[in-house]
Design a protein around this ligand. Structure first.
Ligand code: NDP
Length: 245
């Protein structure tokens, strides 16, 4: 029997890409799914599909903008006890030189990737502490370790995720709560095109000379990390396409 069977798993940003792939893999492992994102129709379609394939699991969805703390708290109350939190919601707004980044783009990335992740974690941790169990899995990025030109704010948000993850690991060290960070390299998702404001040609050019990862590649890593025995915490994983370094 899978160690993940019957666990309640909350995935933020479950409406596409890595989050959606995580939903499929946790469903296959027999976990109950709590799916959150802003696009309700995507969540509804995913719920319908997975309920048909895995009738024994429970699936709840909640429209959620992680930037709004009150909505985050309402969503966590609605879902109930959470065993595994996959903090996946995140975005990049274009790729611009530091002097060209608008305040709005900066706020959106900071508010989503950092503050949103913190809001969700703040709402979930008390329940995990009360039950003395749980696993927080943050989706960071190689961008948090290797800053690149035209990516300053996005890279900074992911560096912040790394710091928040490591600090939380210290803060929960005297509990049975596990805290992990998975840092993907290049993954082909909607993010790839959003990064270039919809320019598919530019988006594809990033993948010259390599086969990018897909959502399933990262979801399989998340499942591996979540599925270790309770005394094993994989603190950090860096997952690259073979020809990325
Ligand atoms: P996608 O664009 O496919 O998915 C992003 C998800 O985040 C969507 O489901 C989106 O849902 C959700 N989201 C965005 N903003 C919010 C918000 N304010 N509130 C709630 N949900 C939100 O991209 P990926 O799957 O690639 O990205 C997932 C994570 O992986 C991100 O954190 C990203 O930074 C990280 N990552 C991606 C890499 C890549 O190359 N693709 C590499 C390294 C890390 P909705 O719009 O419905 O709200």
């Amino acid at each position: 029997m899978s160690r993940l069977q019957g666990k309640n798993v909350l995935i933020t940003g479950a409406s596409s890409g890595i989050g959606e792939a995580c939903a499929r893999h946790f469903a296959q492992a027999g976990s109950n799914l709590f799916l959150a994102a802003r696009r309700q129709e995507r969540l509804d379609a995913l719920k319908q599909e997975l309920e048909a394939r895995y009738p024994s699991i429970k699936i709840l969805t909640h429209v959620l903008d992680v930037r709004v703390k009150a909505n985050v708290n309402a969503a966590i109350n609605f879902f109930g006890d959470i065993d595994v939190l996959v903090n996946n919601a995140g975005l990049v707004i274009g790729l611009d030189k530091l002097e060209d980044i608008t305040e709005e783009a900066m706020d959106t990335m900071m508010d989503t990737n950092v503050k949103g992740l913190v809001y969700v974690t703040q709402a979930v941790i008390p329940g995990m502490r009360a039950r003395n169990k749980g696993h927080v899995i943050n989706i960071g990025s190689v961008a948090g370790q290797q800053a690149y030109g035209n990516g300053s704010i996005y890279c900074a948000t992911k560096a912040a995720v790394a710091s928040v993850t490591r600090a939380l690991m210290h803060e929960t060290v005297d509990t049975a709560i596990r805290v992990s960070e998975i840092n993907p390299g290049l993954v082909e998702t909607e993010f790839s095109v959003i990064r270039f404001r919809g320019d598919k040609e530019k988006a594809d050019s990033v993948y010259k000379g390599l086969t990018p990862l897909n959502g399933d590649d990262i979801a399989e890593t998340v499942i591996f990390v979540a599925g270790r025995p309770d005394h094993v915490n994989i603190a950090e994983m860096l997952v690259f396409p073979t020809n990325q370094a």
